[in-house]
Design a protein around this ligand. Structure first.
Ligand SMILES: *Cc1c(COP(=O)(O)O)cnc(C)c1O
Length: 359
């Protein structure tokens, strides 16, 4: 007898993280993981440093302080918030709790890679559904649902496309799902969208919608691994049964608490991101590299072919600019470029203009 993992586990492709260095190039900028170029709020860094004297103390198990701060800032009921080691952990709790062998987990064609990984880890079958020109297609999702579908994941706005669908479409999706099927709205980039409630109004009065959020993007705390989920009480209570009691470290909880309360900092990051995102998209469009209007902290630059995208990626890399090839997301002719600082955006625009022979 050989020692064999559970069915599905060996089908999981290892996650490819964004690269961080280029051999022989000193002045490297990482624009491959949608990190906040300004880092976290200084208040979050201070809180983290202050927690250095308490490393022997076990952290809170219920995360009350953080959940209350999230409740106040985001206008949600803290009782229905669950905190996780990144939203990745919340996504995996959802799969473990609600999908198993024989069940299907729907995600969109260019959806976030963790949906598929977590579905397989839970023994369920991930099912990819076509998008409409890089936009979530509600009709296609509804057509893809079967009696075995337990979870439907959409990121709104989505990574790596940057596009989003309106509230009415999300509501239509929720209302079209059969009983026993949960819609999960991944709001990793919700804070970047001006005046967007991340889908909270769609959740109101519905029992089949859950939301995931993260501190890794606009809050600039990807290195600490903090995320949260929000939804019907029964679902939150279920997920808490499989959550490790000490899943979040004390320093992470303190930093997240300070970060979520520094709403002025979040607002500045949102505005700066929008300004340079529009600028960069316009510069690239001028030299023949289009992108869909993005609501996120990246743009998805489209090239004529996979070869051209590869060549442009190499040209950027040679200048120390690391962006993301997204062939793994079924977009081989595209490069996903995180909106960095003004200087980083200017460097990217200059290299791509030169690459297109218009520098
Ligand atoms: C970055 C990202 C996340 C965040 O994952 P964490 O585990 O919270 O760092 C979740 N969903 C999408 C679509 C993302 O792009």
């Amino acid at each position: 007898m050989t020692i064999t993992p559970q069915p599905g586990i060996l089908d999981i492709a290892l996650y490819q993280g964004g690269a961080a260095s280029v051999e022989g190039v000193a002045d490297v900028v990482k624009l491959s993981s949608n990190e906040n170029p300004f880092g976290p709020s200084p208040r979050a860094s201070d809180a983290f440093r202050q927690s250095a004297g308490e490393l022997h103390v076990y952290p809170s198990t219920q995360h009350e302080r953080l959940r209350e701060a999230i409740g106040e800032v985001h206008g949600v009921d803290p009782e229905r918030v669950i905190c996780g080691v990144g939203s990745d952990e919340i996504i995996s709790f959802l799969c473990y709790a609600y999908a198993g062998p024989g069940d299907e987990v729907l995600h969109t064609e260019h959806g976030f890679g963790m949906y598929k990984i977590s579905a397989l880890a839970a023994g369920a079958t991930p099912v990819s559904v076509k998008e409409n020109e890089r936009v979530t297609d509600v009709d296609a999702l509804l057509a893809g649902v079967t009696e075995r579908t337990k979870l439907v994941f959409i990121a709104n706005p989505n990574n790596p496309t940057g596009t989003m669908i309106p509230e009415a479409e999300v509501a239509r999706l929720a209302d079209g799902l059969p009983a026993g099927c949960l819609l999960v709205l991944d709001g990793a980039y919700a804070e970047y969208v001006d005046g967007f409630d991340a889908g909270l109004s769609v959740m109101e009065g519905r029992k089949n919608v859950f939301m995931t959020r993260t501190f890794s993007k606009i809050y600039g705390l990807g290195g600490l691994r903090i995320g949260w989920g929000y939804g019907p009480q029964a679902i939150v209570d279920t997920l808490n049964r499989i959550r490790g009691p000490f899943n979040l470290s004390g320093p992470a909880l303190k930093a997240a608490h300070a970060a979520v309360r520094d709403t002025g900092y979040t607002e500045r990051c949102r505005r700066e991101n929008a300004k340079w995102r529009e600028w960069l998209a316009a510069q690239l469009a001028k030299v023949g590299v289009p992108s869909d209007p993005s609501e996120c902290n990246f743009i998805l630059a489209r090239f004529g072919s996979e070869d051209e995208a590869r060549a442009c990626d190499a040209a950027l890399k040679a200048k120390g600019l690391i962006v993301r090839m997204v062939g793994g997301y079924n977009l081989p002719e595209c490069l996903r470029i995180t909106i960095g600082s003004e200087q980083a955006c200017r460097r990217v625009a200059a290299v791509i203009a030169e690459f297109k022979g218009q520098g």
